[in-house]
Design a protein around this ligand. Sequence first.
Ligand code: MEV
Length: 300
Amino acid sequence: MKASAPGKIFLFGEHAVVYGKRALVTAINLRCFATVKKRSDFRISSSLGITGLDYEKHPYISYAIRRFTEFKKINGADIEIESQIPIASGLGSSSAVTVSVLKALDAEYEAGLTNEEIYEIAKKVELDVQGIASGTDPFISTYGGCWLIPERKPVKIGNIYFLVIDTGIKSITGDMVKKVAELRREFQEIVDGIMDVIDKITVAAIPNLDKMDLTSISKLMFINQALLNAIGVSTKTIDEIVAELNSMGIAAKLTGAGGGGCVIGVGEIDMLTKATERFKSAFFVKSEKEGARIEELEKE
Ligand code: MEV
């Protein structure tokens, strides 16, 4: 069976959401595809290589298999991954791979899991690998769409094109979440104050997304990026990309855990197109409605 699940971008509220604050997150039109076939031992094949159960090289897939076996005992599976989502880039590749593998395992072994169960298992996998996590990424990969988290309120989003620029530097979510937790341990009131402001930014953005009020969205993105910088998850490379996009009239912020990964930009389409000439690694994404799904297998 073949299944797929989308990646995601945080529009507003990453890190704050780990502390129960609100975030606006949308699935994007880049997917991870997982093909699962029955087999007597485990074989995992992806752009990272071919392994058996391997918690170093394929941590999310290996934990997904381990957690799946709590529902359905299996002794092997052949798992092949093809992903459109760059790895460790803040675009939700880890959750998309986890959810697509769970969805395909469920279909191949007829475990009868609901999407909510798949989400719950994927959330456990995220915690197995990262230690701390809000569960936002697996939620979006499972259900698709644009949401206010943790309320699980669907949010209307206009036909907005998001420019994405990959810094080419890995964003390791677990490390960045721990870094913020350390800062908070030392300066709890200050960090909580910043998280409260990020929460307000998220809430202020909701009506503007539907109206496609790019001017207001831009201002809010600018403040959110400054606060992400304040909690230490931006980097010199991210700051330089953001500054350059700002100078072209494009609002920009990091998306996801930071420390590397991607910058997203919002602005008038001619400005965004101009930016793709300046940044060769730039590409566009849009909000995606569909979450995890079963794919037709091509005839062999
Ligand atoms: C990672 O995509 C988003 C963070 O807020 C972590 C999380 O929500 O689990 C940094």
